[in-house]
Design a protein around this ligand. Structure first.
Ligand code: MEV
Length: 316
């Protein structure tokens, strides 16, 4: 019998890059875009497959010889956490989340895989423990991650995140309508984070000012999420995008999609995630959403999806 675990994609509403240096950021799960781990217990040593490939991606029998492979690392860490030295079964990974696109694909695959490995070990892993393991694997993906991606993906809740501080989940006063548009350009978060670090080392005061400016926008947005008006967050997002541009992590394709969404009536827009490619997010409302989506496609977006975050009272 096949069972399944999964984890969602994420977007960063405001605050990426600055969050690596201890400033706050706000991130939201995209619950309808997910990574899945379908699993089955068997009599043979664990093998992990991709639904798109004929050969296994990782085998339990080789787990220690591929230490830098994020999937192998996630399996090994989860097995250690569960205190098992033997795992038998098959896991098939599939994901609707484009890779290297700022939507947390690596964290979501790790989270779904960790839950499936724990289930094969006959255990249920808590979100808190899973979050710590996925964070370890994020270090392989990104070098020096803040921990925001694993947190929002594992807990699947909107978060106001400050590195090293207790997680604050968020509620919103009215629905948040986002359009997420993909440049189709894959980009490495590790490289973008390394670029910002190099810039901070080469030019400390102006770079720190940019990061502090991003943190200030997040602090302004926080009460607006709770009590509105939500539209005012749009201009904070656009300002955040401009600061990310100055930091050197935007691209022509991202800038074009941001401009197109605003021209079509979005309240504001920005790149989301590491940048240099990947996705933008545009804040809109239900009425304007179709024209924002259409304009983004016309401006060259390779994929557009919409997401609405509802207040808890409506979700419940
Ligand atoms: C990546 O989704 C967000 C960054 O801020 C990196 C991180 O926080 O680890 C660019």
């Amino acid at each position: 019998m096949t069972s399944q675990h999964s984890a969602p994609a994420k977007v960063i509403l405001l605050g990426e890059h600055a969050v690596v240096y201890g400033l706050p950021a706000i991130a939201l799960p995209l619950s309808h875009v997910r990574a899945y781990a379908d699993y089955q217990i068997s009599e043979s040593p664990l093998k992990v497959w991709a639904d798109t490939r004929p050969d296994p991606l990782v085998q339990w029998t080789h787990i220690t010889s591929c230490a830098s492979n994020p999937l192998a690392a996630m399996i090994r860490l989860t097995a250690e956490h569960c205190a098992v030295s033997d795992l038998k079964g098959d896991i098939v990974i599939r994901s609707d989340i484009p890779v290297a696109s700022g939507l947390g694909s690596g964290a979501a695959v790790s989270a779904a895989l960790g839950r499936a490995v724990a289930a094969i070990a006959g255990q249920r892993i808590s979100d808190c423990d899973l979050n710590a393991l996925v964070y370890e694997v994020e270090k392989l993906h990104h070098g020096t991650p803040s921990g925001i991606d694993n947190t929002v993906v594992v807990y699947e809740k909107p978060v106001y995140f400050v590195k090293g501080k207790p997680i604050q989940s968020l509620d919103v006063s009215s629905p948040i309508h986002l359009v997420v548009a993909d440049t189709g350009v894959a980009a490495s978060t590790r490289d973008a984070v390394a670029h910002v670090r190099a810039q901070l080392e080469a030019q400390p005061p102006p770079t720190q000012d940019l990061l502090d400016g991003i943190g200030a926008l997040v602090r302004q947005a926080h009460p607006l999420l709770k009590s509105g008006p939500i539209e005012r967050i749009g201009s904070l997002m656009t300002r955040n995008h401009e600061l990310l541009q100055t930091l050197g992590v935007s691209s022509r394709a991202l800038d074009d999609l941001v401009a197109a969404s605003i021209a079509a009536g979005a309240y504001g827009a920005k790149l989301s995630g590491g940048g240099r490619g990947g996705n933008i997010i545009a804040l809109t409302n239900e009425r304007r959403r179709p024209s924002v989506e259409a304009e983004l496609i016309r401006a060259g977006a390779k994929r557009v999806l919409s997401s609405t975050l509802l207040p808890k009272a409506i979700r419940a």
